[in-house]
Each structure stands twice: as structure tokens, then as C-alpha cells.
Ligand binder design. Structure first.
Ligand code: APR
Length: 222
């Protein structure tokens, strides 16, 4: 299994949230990535997501994404669990992906609940509305929201059964996603971490590789 975070997309030009250059250095998560922020100012929240969509649309998967897609080809029982919403794993060829935090390219109507793919980089009205008149929101998981139950259950089950967990490019401070690492340890899995910096789990994993995912993963998975 692999659990990925924003760090695997950093070399594709997508800023991470924390650490050096992270978005939360100049933007406040509570102003942009919470249901309250959306209720308070849906236009501001959508401006941030459209900015991110624009960045992601111009980005390409990097060798780290492609290495994990190769791993899926070679290991039939491999599962990729990601916290990322950027869709770069799919674009690199990964198919068995559990998206814990949703997908920036999907929207959900806050009125009728309709959820669908929407790849627009701009809307003719802001904030965008559903045909039913309800406000559309990004179909991503915001702070304080539950993860999709079926996705979470499948991720927990996969972690409980895996022999090896690759933890790549995550600061491992946002739960419940970060809880998959100690869960893997309790299940007896070997854990390899790939990260530029230390994380709360670096000292307790079997092997903590310090470096860029785009450089190290192709060495691990040639
Ligand atoms: N290669 C490997 N690791 C990297 C690289 C790189 N090129 N660049 C940065 N990193 C590491 C950083 O050291 C950091 O540990 O990636 C991690 C990025 O951490 P965060 O920005 O906190 O991203 P993530 O862990 O995915 O955040 C979890 O928090 O903001 C919410 O919902 C959002 O899914 C996100 C969640």
C-alpha cells in the first residue's frame, strides 16, 4: 500500500499546505477549507479552489506519481490511498485509488446533493449554482467534515491487511488519515516513509528516507 500527501505533487508545481512554501503560511485553512468558511463567503472559497484548479490543470504528474502507477501494475493487491484531491495519480495511470479527501474536479450541490464531475476553470456566475438553484461546492472533505465512510472503511481494511506501507509526502498531522500509519504498525506491516522532512512518525517507521518523492520513488520502484 501507499499513503500519499501533498508532498508527492510538490515537484509537479502544486504547493503543499504546511512546511516550507506551504499554503497555510499565507492563507488560513479556517478561512478557506471549512463548511463555515463556505457558508460565510462561498465566492472567496471558490476563488481559492479555481486558483488551485488552474495550477493543477497546468501541472503534470511527476516521476513519483508514475512510480506508484508502476507499482500497481506489478503488485495486483496494491492499493493507493491518497489525501490529495488533484487527480495527478489518475493522470499518471493509477487506477486503484482510495481518495480520502475527495476530488477537486468534482462538485456537489448543497441543495439537492447531486454530485458530478466539473472541470471548469471559471464560472459564468460566482458562486456557481446547480440547475436546482442550490449552491455548488467542491466535492472535497473540509476540516471538521467526515471522510466518505465507504472509502475510509476500505482504507482501514487495506491497511490492516497490508505487509508494507509506503508513506509518501505527508506531514502526518491531519486525522483520521494520519491514523493509518500507527494502524499499519499495529497490524505488523513494515513502513517506509519518503519525505523531505521529519514527521511525527519518522522515528517509529522501519525506514525513513529523506528526500524528494520524484527522485526516491523511481529508485524504490524502477
Ligand atoms: N517529496 C517528498 N515529500 C515532500 C516534498 C517532496 N518533493 N515536498 C514536500 N514534502 C513533504 C513535506 O515535508 C510535508 O511533510 O510533504 C508533506 C506535505 O505536508 P502537508 O502540506 O501537510 O500535506 P498533507 O500531509 O497532504 O496534508 C494533509 O491537510 O490541509 C489538509 O486536506 C488537506 O489533504 C490535506 C491534509
Amino acid at each position: 500500500m501507499a499513503l500519499t500527501g501533498a508532498g508527492i505533487s510538490a515537484e509537479s508545481g502544486i504547493p503543499t499546505f504546511r512546511g516550507a512554501g506551504g499554503m497555510w503560511k499565507r492563507l488560513r485553512p479556517e478561512d478557506l477549507a471549512t463548511p463555515e468558511a463556505f457558508t460565510r463567503d462561498p465566492k472567496l472559497v471558490w476563488e481559492w479552489y479555481l486558483w488551485r484548479r488552474g495550477l493543477i490543470a497546468r501541472a503534470e504528474p511527476n516521476p513519483g506519481h508514475y512510480a506508484l502507477a508502476r507499482l500497481e501494475q506489478r503488485a495486483p493487491r496494491f492499493h493507493l490511498v491518497t489525501q490529495n484531491v488533484d487527480g495527478l495519480h489518475e493522470r499518471a495511470g493509477s487506477r486503484k485509488i482510495l481518495k480520502l479527501h475527495g476530488d477537486i474536479w468534482e462538485v456537489r450541490c448543497t441543495g439537492c446533493g447531486l454530485e458530478r464531475r466539473d472541470e471548469r476553470l471559471a464560472f459564468d456566475e460566482m458562486p456557481p449554482r446547480c440547475a436546482c438553484g442550490g449552491l455548488l461546492r467542491p466535492a472535497v472533505v473540509w476540516f471538521g467534515e467526515m471522510l466518505p465512510a465507504d472509502v475510509w472503511q476500505r482504507a482501514e481494511r487495506a491497511v490492516a491487511e497490508t505487509e508494507l506501507l509506503l508513506v509518501v509526502g505527508t506531514s502526518a498531522v491531519v486525522y483520521p488519515a494520519a491514523g493509518l500509519v500507527p494502524l499499519a504498525r499495529r497490524s505488523g506491516a513494515r513502513i517506509i516513509e519518503v519525505n523531505l522532512d521529519e514527521t511525527p512518525y519518522s522515528a517509529s517507521v522501519d525506514c525513513s528516507l529523506r528526500g524528494k518523492a520524484g527522485e526516491l520513488l523511481p529508485k524504490l520502484i524502477p
